[in-house]
Structure formats: structure tokens, C-alpha cells
Design a protein around this ligand. Sequence first.
Ligand SMILES: Nc1ncnc2c1ncn2[C@@H]1O[C@H](COP(=O)(O)OP(=O)(O)OP(=O)(O)O)[C@@H](O)[C@H]1O
Length: 304
Amino acid sequence: MTTLSAKAAPGTTLSAASPATEPVGELSTAGATAAPVLAVRGVRISDRVTDREIVHGVSFELTPGKTVGIVGESGSGKTLTCRATLGILPPHFEVSAGSVEIAGTDIATLTPQQWTALRGATISAVFQDPASYLNPSIRVGAQIAEVIRVKKGLKRREARHRAVELLQAVQLRDPELVYGQYTHELSGGMLQRVLIAAAIAADPQILIADEATTALDVTVQAEILDLLAELREQAGLALVVVSHDLAVVAQLCDEVLVMREGEVVEQGPTSDVLHRPRHEYTRLLIAEHDQYGLEKFLTPQEAS
Ligand SMILES: Nc1ncnc2c1ncn2[C@@H]1O[C@H](COP(=O)(O)OP(=O)(O)OP(=O)(O)O)[C@@H](O)[C@H]1O
């Protein structure tokens, strides 16, 4: 398989940004030894029009090769938190308190041009419903090649070559064939892989996956989660994984934030949250896991 890195030049075989050499353990303590690529500090999000606060303070740090999960029911503020981090809050929403630092830069200080340079190249995202993020009338490979051309400054030929490599890296069989296909010719799982390829095309350090596997069946979902884990290991990507499904988060994440109605009700290393949940809502999420196999992360007693 083609390997990827957040650092090295396209087309080369790359080593990881050495997550293996970092201490294994809780994100919050590991963060003490490596500079965070993403630091979200006390972020509150308000609706300017109604003057209503919707997200009531979210904090976490992310270092290369690590994963933070945000879990919670629909409407709990997970997506708004991600969008705040990406600088793409919907109109009339604002970060009313707190700060977000990406690779050491406070995003409140960024000009629109600086944002454009940062998106894709430093921080990138994959959302649910990949078809809506791809143009149905342009071959999917050409769309990835365009990202590479614009963001990495590669010539058309090189960008095409790199796009095929990326399609291979996200484990699409026959990447040359997929390159020339249109969205309607691909399954949901294939489209999600194409979108991940586009999201990592400019070698970001941070990838936000917001319900990226929710629409997929359980087997494909597991494959995509494995792929994200592999990219994290190989390229040292830092991941933010958002899901309403605790099993998804359990599979990938070092640290979990449990959100409910805009509030972080519980936060800690994944194993602590799963094995010693302190909040009743977390216990409820654990009890409701049965569909996706959280049981493999729990002891028989906890799973029952
Ligand atoms: N564009 C918008 N316009 C108005 N309200 C919004 C908008 N986006 C989010 N909200 C509101 O903000 C709150 C938090 O929404 P958010 O999308 O962050 O939740 P979520 O946890 O990601 O839920 P889901 O899993 O359904 O995406 C909800 O009450 C939602 O109705």
C-alpha cells in the first residue's frame, strides 16, 4: 500500500511522524511531552441572533498520532464544535468565549487568506454524506487532483499520479479505474474513501471525521475506521472523531468527550470513560451500544 505522511513530499514513501516513539497513554498527559497540533480551550458557541449559548465550554488538546472522540446525541453540539475548530460556523453563530489554536496559531487572528492556506494543508475534515461534498459531473480522481494542484502546487500530471496513489492509499481496489469514475458509479463506502483521500491530499496534520461512518453499514464502517487508524499511524495524523456511537469512539480514541445539550458531561481517557463512567448519561450510552458491538471493549459484566 502507498504510505502517507503529513510531512514529506508527495510520491515518496514516508515514515510516520513518529507516534510510535511517543509515550502511549492518556492524551492529556501525552500532550505534556509533545506540542499539541490542536488546542481547544473553553470554547463556547452562541447564536448571535437569539443571544443563546449553544455550546457551553469545550476543551481538549490533540498531539500528532492521537485521537480525541466527541460522542453525544443529536443536537448536543458536536458538529458546531468541529465547525468552530475549522472556522466554518454557520451564519450568525460565533465563538463567544475560549480559543482554538491550530499548530500554535490562535485561529481568531487568521485572515481569510490565512484560513484558505490552513484548510486542507493543516486541518481537514470528512463529514457524513460524502456525495454532497463531491461534484457529480466531474470524475472523482480529477477532483482530488485539483486539490493537490491548488494546495500542493503540483503540475497536472504529477497531481494525477498523486491522486491515484491516494486512492490506492485509502484502499480502493483498481485506483486507476476509480480515478475516472463519477460519484453515481461508486458505493457509499467507496465515496467515503474518496472523500478521505481528498481530505488528506494536502497532507494535513489534523483530520476531523464528523459522523464519517454513520451512513455506512457496519462492515464498511469498521473498514473505514481501520483506514483512519492506519492513516493516523502511518502519517502521524491527529484525529478528531465525532460520533453518536460510543463503539466508534471506543475503537479509535485515546480520549473521549461526552456531550449533552451543549455541555461536556464527562471527559477522560477512553478506557476510564468506558469502564468507570461517572455520568448517568455516559452509562446510558454504554447501555445503548448493542447495535455496533461496543461489547468487545467492555468486560462481560459491563456489557450486560
Ligand atoms: N445552521 C444552524 N442553524 C440553526 N441552528 C443550528 C445550526 N446548526 C446547529 N444548530 C443547532 O445547534 C445545536 C447543536 O447542533 P450540532 O449540529 O452541533 O449538534 P450535533 O451534536 O452535531 O448533532 P448531530 O449529531 O445531529 O449532527 C442544535 O440545537 C442545532 O439545532
